[in-house]
Design a protein around this ligand. Structure first.
Ligand SMILES: *Cc1c(COP(=O)(O)O)cnc(C)c1O
Length: 388
């Protein structure tokens, strides 16, 4: 029997070793790719133990599930085919027709659409609130409310909600609390330690970190993850073994990358604050940012995502043309710095008035800071702004 229970004390050690197969497969130092859809039947009386790649039970899945659970400090975890599949299966495991969810506004675009279009088809409704005050949550509560759904840092304004108060609210009313921990990653925040029931990830972003696969993950108690596993098995959102291999490889450098991205993003944010072409910077690592107090209390770092407003929309457009190191692209969390205008990408579906109301104007630029030289990156941002 292969075991996947190895764990150590430090996160830095665990990203490399937690859950590695023991004994090792044929002596391999790295988990080989188990590119096989099905497996020998074994004992016919144990059909429940069927091994089949859609059931996420290859060695590649086992290693990742074990490692993710250790990283998130939960009993169990499950890797999935995308962030959206992790979130969908998690929500469907805890919701049925007639149930109600409370979430904050400014959710990830895919989730905005989920709650607006997919949930209602299944009889699942959602109240989206301005989550900055605790009264918003209480007022949204209904007898049929079952789940509270939040993101650790919002996109693209990088707000930090009062996550402790949200956990307390969920506990007080017996609601299941689910948090999208994509932007923070377990290096900066472990939601379970604060009392969240489940954390979900787009592993496409920081966990994998190399912009070369789409994957997802969910972590929680063993009982909670078993519920999600049943839904995942039936809905068919398993991750391909080859992508599992790439995710395992990418995750080994998660701590190195994240610590570097925390530091570089702070340097870029400070340089932007000092730049006269910049009207405002959104980054919780800045002392006078509205999210700074909570971030300092519960996050180890503020991550690699920041956004800023130039003085005019034209300057933002010219900045994007002039900047040389960053790549003009959506998505985030990779080794390369990315820049994008949310008003022209994630928020294109809103009217100009709606975008104004939520602060996603044409002069807003979102940055996913990579692992390049901070000095060279800052210099590049400065030359691009100087000519903007
Ligand atoms: C990208 C993203 C998702 C969706 O993940 P996919 O891997 O693209 O399915 C969900 N939440 C957040 C915060 C994201 O950034």
């Amino acid at each position: 029997m292969t075991e996947y229970s190895r764990r150590f004390a430090a996160l830095d050690t665990n990203v490399v070793h937690a859950g590695r197969p023991e004994p090792s497969v044929e002596g391999a130092v790295v988990t080989p790719i188990f590119q096989s859809a099905n497996y020998l039947m074994g004992d016919e009386s144990a059909y429940g133990d069927l091994r089949y790649a859609r059931l996420s039970n290859s060695p590649n899945h086992h290693v990742l599930d074990a490692r993710l659970a250790v990283l998130e400090n939960t009993e169990a975890a499950l890797v999935t085919s995308s962030g959206m599949s992790a979130i969908t299966c998690t929500l469907l495991a805890f919701l049925r027709s007639g149930d109600h969810v409370i979430a904050h506004n400014s959710l990830y675009g895919g989730m905005q659409a989920w709650f607006e279009h997919e949930g209602p088809k299944l009889g699942i409704t959602c109240t989206r609130i301005d989550a900055k005050t605790a009264e918003g949550w209480e007022r949204a509560l209904r007898p049929e409310t079952r789940v509270v759904y939040v993101e650790s840092i919002t996109n693209p304004l990088m707000e930090v909600l009062d996550l402790e108060a949200i956990v307390a609210f969920a506990r007080r009313h017996g609601l299941t609390s689910i948090i999208d921990n994509t932007f923070t990653s377990p290096v900066n925040f472990r939601p379970h330690d604060l009392g969240f029931d489940l954390s979900v990830h787009s592993a496409t972003k920081y966990l994998n970190g190399h912009s070369d696969i789409v994957a997802g993950a969910v972590a929680g108690t063993r009982a909670h993850i078993e519920r999600v596993r049943h839904v995942l098995n039936h809905m068919g959102g398993s991750l391909d073994p080859h992508a599992c291999f790439l995710l395992e490889r990418g995750m080994k450098t998660l701590v190195l990358r994240m610590e570097r991205q925390n530091a570089t993003a702070l340097r870029v944010a400070r340089a932007l604050v000092a730049n006269r072409k910049v009207r405002r910077v959104n980054y919780a690592g800045l002392e006078d940012d509205p999210g700074s107090k909570i971030a300092r209390k519960i996050f180890k770092g503020c991550g690699g995502m920041l956004s800023f407003y130039t003085q005019t929309a034209e300057q933002a457009a010219r900045f994007l043309e002039r900047v040389r190191i960053p790549i003009h692209a959506a998505s985030l969390g990779g080794t390369e710095t990315l820049v994008v205008r949310p008003s022209r990408s994630s928020h294109l579906g809103l009217t100009a008035e709606e975008r104004d109301r939520v602060g996603v104007t044409d002069d807003l630029i979102r940055v996913s800071v990579g692992i390049e030289s901070a000095e060279e990156l800052v210099a590049d941002f400065e030359q691009a702004l100087a000519g903007a």
